[in-house]
Design a protein around this ligand. Structure first.
Ligand SMILES: Nc1ncnc2c1ncn2[C@@H]1O[C@H](COP(=O)(O)OP(=O)(O)OP(=O)(O)O)[C@@H](O)[C@H]1O
Length: 385
């Protein structure tokens, strides 16, 4: 769907008749650009957003990541004003724009939106596409601004004469961004804009877009189902699952200290072992692993990232190579760990799991070889499910 069609579209807002009577109190003292409180949205009796709270600081970058169908695009459309929440409030710069008694239409929110496919007008030139965002300007002023905007997205102004089909996928995305920037949005919403691009172009386009938005001081929200993209792009990552935000935090924190097992597994490869928690030490088939703030004592599931498990000659733990999977810079090595000494307590971990780690040297790990291992850093414990 194109940006223009979306902004003209009349949203289904259940409170329009009551709009603009009174405003709920909103924390005006913070530097939040966007504040969402208790947002809910259903389609045809199915609740898609089940109470979302999210704060985004001015000029910062947030990635909303989550599995397909978890509600990411729906949340973005509520922020843009293409849909209205059934409950909850959305505020921009401390002003409520959607809520029980407030409604500000999409075109008055100073919000830019770049869709997955860029949605350029195929019958217009690149220049005309970008100029479409320059309401009220014409002639030389518009041409000059179009050239500036194209330069801003690292494209030569000579591209203005081309048509979208004469551009690569990455160039089309950058033109879509230039068109959205033409409106001078304070908040830019990017809905999986890089997903159609191949790996190399994807990284280059993502960097160019991030640099452009950061230089322009635009607050940015990126929706993606690619965890690596979310972790590298954003100051803040919000993990969406089943219509709720399961965790919000800086990329390092959500990756190293995920709130639950599903989040851990969604954000990257995870080694999960049964363990026994005593104090701040979890005993498992990788030995005694320190855990910061264990949620419970006794039986737990311990999570480590594969890169925390190193092959080391003097390592105190042993595992036997089951098989390997070579993929260039690294090899995935599946290892059978050794069982733990039997305990009479059936809840105590038995050990002997098969885990996957990574190593740069494909020659080192052949099936049947016994390797010594060392664990670095802390683990994360989850209550045993
Ligand atoms: N206008 C609509 N009418 C009915 N159902 C809708 C509508 N928009 C979204 N949905 C449903 O809401 C759920 C969440 O959709 P949404 O597009 O927000 O998910 P998503 O996390 O962005 O998924 P993806 O990563 O696949 O794009 C889906 O089950 C979808 O079918």
């Amino acid at each position: 769907m194109t940006e223009s069609r979306q902004t003209q579209q009349r949203p289904r807002h259940p409170h329009t008749a009551r709009a603009r009577r009174s405003s709920p109190p909103v924390a005006a003292t913070t530097d939040n650009h966007l504040l969402i409180e208790g947002a809910r949205k259903s389609f045809g009796g199915t609740e898609v957003l089940k109470g979302v709270d999210l704060a985004v600081a001015k000029g910062r970058t947030t990635a909303i990541v989550g599995p397909s169908g978890s509600g990411k695009t729906t949340l973005l459309r509520l922020i843009a004003g293409f849909e209205a929440p059934d409950a909850g409030t959305i505020s921009l710069d401390g002003q409520p724009v959607a809520g029980p008694s407030d409604w500000v239409p999409a075109h008055r929110r100073k919000v830019g939106y770049v869709a997955q496919d860029g949605a350029l007008f195929p019958h217009l030139t690149v220049g005309q596409n970008v100029a479409f965002g320059l309401a009220g300007r014409g002639g030389k002023a518009a041409a000059g601004r179009v050239a500036e905007l194209l330069e801003m997205v690292s494209m030569d102004p000579s591209y203005a004469k081309r048509r979208p089909h004469q551009l690569s996928g990455g160039q089309q995305q950058r033109v879509a961004l230039a068109r959205a920037l033409a409106r001078e949005p304070a908040l830019m919403l990017l809905d999986e804009p890089f997903s159609a691009l191949d790996a190399g172009l994807r990284v280059a386009t993502r960097r160019a877009v991030a640099a452009t938005l950061s230089e322009a001081g635009v607050t940015t929200i990126l929706v993606t189902h690619d965890q690596a993209e979310a972790l590298s792009f954003a100051d803040q990552v919000a993990v969406m699952r089943d219509g709720k935000l399961a965790q919000i935090g800086n990329p390092f924190v959500v990756y190293t200290r995920p709130a639950d097992r599903a989040t851990a597994e969604f954000l990257g490869d995870a080694v999960i072992l049964e363990a026994w928690m005593e104090g701040s030490l979890a005993t498992c088939s990788l030995g005694g692993i320190p855990v910061r703030r264990p949620p419970v004592q006794g039986r737990v599931l311990l999570m480590l990232r594969p890169e925390q498990i190193r092959i080391a000659e003097d390592g105190p733990i042993h595992g036997t190579v089951v098989d390997t999977d070579y993929f260039g810079p690294e090899t995935t090595v599946r290892l059978q760990l050794e069982p733990l000494a039997l305990s009479k307590d059936p809840h105590q971990p038995k050990g002997g799991e098969i885990i996957s780690i990574r190593h740069w040297n494909a020659m080192l790990a052949r099936p049947g070889v016994r390797l010594s291992l060392r664990v670095v850093g802390e683990g994360v414990a989850f209550p045993f499910a």
